[in-house]
Design a protein. Structure first.
Length: 151
């Protein structure tokens, strides 16, 4: 079996060699691009049928079964999260939560009560929005509200 890192490297090499996009890969297997990318990067799992479609689409040949197995194995999520990423794009998301995290929390509590937004029952969309001052990145997160139990 491949490690999640080896699986990701195999997928990324095949994606590059094929000259395809995440949108095309996701469309071929019938799942959300955000979820497919997260699975390919080792942060989520794919069902067997989706893993098989992905490896077939990428033409992984003799590596297909190993990649399919790794795609279905539960990950150890966010293992690199012990320190803030130095990648500028990822760092900016940390910066957003540093600056606006308490504000987001306060507004969620005001609208929903004491609880959290699920990252399990969750949707994430990324869109490009044209703008006269430069294109914008639109990130939409939608998670089920989970109230804290009181006893």
């Amino acid at each position: 079996m491949l490690s999640k890192i080896e699986m990701t490297e195999t997928i990324m090499e095949a994606k590059f060699a094929k000259g395809t996009s995440w949108e095309e890969i996701s469309s071929a297997i019938g799942m959300s691009p955000v979820f497919v990318v997260s699975a390919c990067l080792g942060q989520n799992t794919l069902p067997a049928a989706a893993a098989e479609k992905l490896t077939a689409f990428l033409g992984l040949g003799n590596r297909a079964r190993e990649v399919e197995t790794s795609l279905q194995m539960p990950p150890k999520k966010a293992q690199e999260a012990e320190m803030v990423s130095k990648d500028p794009l990822i760092y900016r998301f940390h910066e957003i939560t540093y600056v606006y995290g308490d504000t987001i929390k306060e507004l969620i509590h005001e609208k929903f009560g004491d609880g959290i937004m699920s990252a399990i029952d969750f949707d994430l969309l990324i869109d490009k929005v044209e703008h006269p001052k430069g294109d914008r990145v639109k990130v939409t997160m939608s998670g089920k509200f989970l109230p804290y139990n009181q006893w």
